[in-house]
Design a protein around this ligand. Structure first.
Ligand SMILES: NC(=O)c1ccc[n+]([C@@H]2O[C@H](COP(=O)([O-])OP(=O)(O)OC[C@H]3O[C@@H](n4cnc5c(N)ncnc54)[C@H](O)[C@@H]3O)[C@@H](O)[C@H]2O)c1
Length: 427
């Protein structure tokens, strides 16, 4: 039987009101039950404006106060804007390409990594080394070596008892949790097909300003560069891919597909992809994503089973099945994920989502390579087969190049051309 979500929310509100009561599970352990949570953030742009308030709200719901001990960004203007919003004093703000190192040295317990994905593996490695509980915004890499590095750091975090959250809020959203449990309990029978979609518009383009260096421009306009974002197949559609991996319970073995650019005039991303993801055992999932204004827009997941159908966290048909209780304090997965992260860290039973998000990211990388090259690409070519070019290929701009001042900007508006004999890149 499911417990009523209203009663959970009410219970939470009561515990917040009675602020002197320390919840029993928080007394256990890791940080001595301290009521203050020390947070630091690397990357104080758009998503941080959701993640920081969600973290504060999540902590409030479990009776904790948040102390923002450090805000870090590549750029002073970005970090100071965020500092003003949250009343963080200037001496707790750092900026520059090496600002993340100061966060590692800080006394933050919880660190959110919210930069463009290219930087995630490097920053994650360092935060784990420093013993921080980490939130990794999705996606977590732009190429296969980056995905494997995140998995390795995630394993290290496990050994160190650190909690690792991925910014894939659907995994913490009540409606998705309920449907995933029903699917696992056999409600729709065996999944025999499905579609995953992220069809919208280009979120934004930043035009270059004369004062910006190549490095500045790549980072300020990162969303439109494959090297920085993993293309929109990685940057947005990874949410749907992650749901497919979760509901199906395994990863695809290979991808074929295509994509291209019809309208975008910035960076080097494609603006549409259409892929066949082969999950083995005869199961094929159609993955489709597009960023073109004025076209049909739909975001979601649909899986057809032998007994019914499920639409992501929405409608589900098929057999009535009983599932375990699902307890959440907030309907919004973006808040609930913060609660789960903090509670798991403090209870000494830390969640660790590094592998699942690195694998979802790797599926997106596989799909991108399939579309960019026109080749048949296998997951094992990215994750296990060291003789495959896809295994070792790294994008031409590396995170350390920013620190060294050696960034070479890829040619703009020159996109990958399939079938030209180049295993991955442009003509
Ligand atoms: N979970 C979600 O639903 C969701 C939604 C939006 C964005 N995101 C993800 O969040 C991440 C950030 O996206 P955004 O929309 O906030 O982008 P953004 O450009 O608005 O913010 C990124 C910030 O990171 C800073 N930055 C860049 N490189 C840095 C570095 N090396 N060190 C420190 N700071 C650096 C930038 O200056 C900028 O302020 C991306 O991975 C994106 O995919 C997740």
């Amino acid at each position: 039987m499911l417990q009523s979500r209203r009663s959970f929310v009410r219970a939470a509100a009561t515990s917040v009101a009675a602020a002197s009561v320390v919840l029993p599970h928080l007394q256990a352990a890791h940080h001595g039950g301290a009521k203050k949570v020390k947070l630091a953030v690397v990357g104080t742009g758009g998503r941080s404006r959701r993640d920081i308030p969600n973290f504060i709200k999540g902590c409030e719901l479990i009776g904790l106060e948040v102390d923002i001990v450090m805000l870090a960004d590549a750029f002073e203007d970005m970090v100071m804007e965020a500092a003003e919003s949250y009343g963080v004093p200037k001496d707790r703000c750092v900026w520059g390409w090496e600002a993340y190192k100061k966060v590692a040295e800080s006394d933050a317990e919880f660190v959110m990594l919210i930069t463009p994905p290219l930087f995630r593996p490097l920053h994650f490695d360092m935060m784990v080394e420093a013993g921080k509980h980490v939130m990794l915004e999705k996606p977590v890499a732009v190429d296969a070596p980056g995905c494997r590095r995140v998995i390795a750091a995630g394993e290290k975090a496990k050994k160190m008892g650190l909690a690792v959250l991925a910014g894939t809020q659907r995994r913490h959203q009540f409606t998705y949790l309920r449907n995933a449990a029903k699917v696992a309990a056999g409600a729709i029978g065996d999944i025999v097909g499905g579609q995953i979609l992220w069809n919208t518009t280009v979120p934004w383009i930043k035009d270059r300003k004369p004062a910006w260096s190549d490095a500045d421009y790549l980072v300020r306009n990162w969303l439109n560069w494959a090297e920085m974002s993993a293309d929109h197949l990685g940057e947005q559609h990874v949410h749907n891919i992650d749901v497919a991996n979760w509901f199906i319970g395994r990863l695809p073995v290979s991808a074929i597909g295509y994509g291209g650019r019809a309208r975008r005039e910035s960076g080097n991303n494609y603006d549409f992809f259409s892929l066949d993801l082969d999950y083995g055992k005869g199961l094929h999932i159609h993955s489709q994503c597009r960023q073109i204004a004025g076209t049909y827009s739909r975001v979601g997941e649909a899986f057809e089973g032998t007994k019914g159908e499920v639409l992501g966290g929405g409608k589900i048909t098929g057999d009535d099945v009983s599932i375990p209780d699902i307890s959440v304090l907030d309907q919004d997965g973006s808040v609930q994920e913060m609660i789960d992260w903090v509670q798991s860290a403090r209870s000494g039973n830390p969640l660790n989502e590094a592998q699942q998000i690195a694998e979802a990211t790797a599926v997106a990388v596989m799909g991108r390579y399939a579309a960019y090259t026109g080749e048949f690409v296998r997951m094992r070519d990215l994750m296990a087969n060291a003789s495959s070019p896809h295994y070792s290929y790294q994008v031409s701009v590396q995170p350390e190049d920013f620190e060294r001042g050696s960034v070479v900007m890829p040619p703009e508006n020159v996109v990958a051309v399939p079938g030209n004999g180049d295993p991955i890149r442009r003509r």
